[in-house]
Design a protein around this ligand. Sequence first.
Ligand SMILES: [Zn+2]
Length: 326
Amino acid sequence: MTERVQSVLGSISVDTLGLTLMHEHLKIGYPGWEVDTTLDFDREAELSEAVARLSRLRELGVSTFVDPCPMELARDPDFMADVSRESGVHIICSTGLYIEQGLELAGFPAYFRALGVEQIQRIYTTELREGIGDRRVKPGVIKCATGPHSIGKHEEKALRAGARTALELDVRITTHTTMGSMGNEQLDILLAEGMPAHQIVIGHCDWNPDTAYHRSLLERGCYIGFDGVGIDGLQPDEVRIANLVELIGAGFERQLVLSHDHIGCWHFRPEDAPPTVTHLQSQPKRRFTYLLEEFVPNLLKAGATEGSIDTMLVENPRRYFAGGSL
Ligand SMILES: [Zn+2]
């Protein structure tokens, strides 16, 4: 248990987290983007766009934006710190690695493939204790990730390193799962390392429409993320809403967290972005405000109460970061 969590601007009380989007991204790049020396960004333009987006969220009542960008996907803690300072929204960034296979974005870096669990743990621990880069921005959460329908050996190393670091430093874990699979296998590894289930969010569970899958995770005591709200290509929101109403009705509202997994901008020249990226970004629901402006009202119409919404958006993030039992 802790009263405090690390934001990109320093340690804050969990009581100040308020309304929290638990899984969003200011920007993302495919692994290796930094090797392209011809790629040029207008950092000031990116910054002013990001500040405008988060300022709008602040007007809607959002206090905290968790950006669990893995290390190799263009994570930029200095950028996050600038956006947080200028928008007034708390941002929590992560240490941790992404998947090794199964999606275009995959690409567990060769450098990390060559390392063992202890070495990866040392890197995570150093980032959490001492911060990242010249400005020593500290992460506040550990990201773990697995591809579809199996856990690769490098993903397993990163899960074990994440769990050991989390236990040693009293930090939480949030995960990426792919295609609504391997949530229980992630938990098997994290719990075997000694992690308490209530200090883990198994992410992207809304990618799977089957509430039997959701219940199989919830009954083990973890949080699950319905954190792809608005991505109809993965799951129509009607299914997300029906699933949420059923799970709330079954008494699981204290273990559900919501977000969009939206990406503010991508590290591509516009003309070089893959069609999947261009398509995703063009969807009208893909914006950081969709959840509060449209999804929550629709969830209320479908039978959820204001109390349940508050539990999922405010109380659960606070309890999770505090590390308190359910
Ligand atoms: Zn994500």
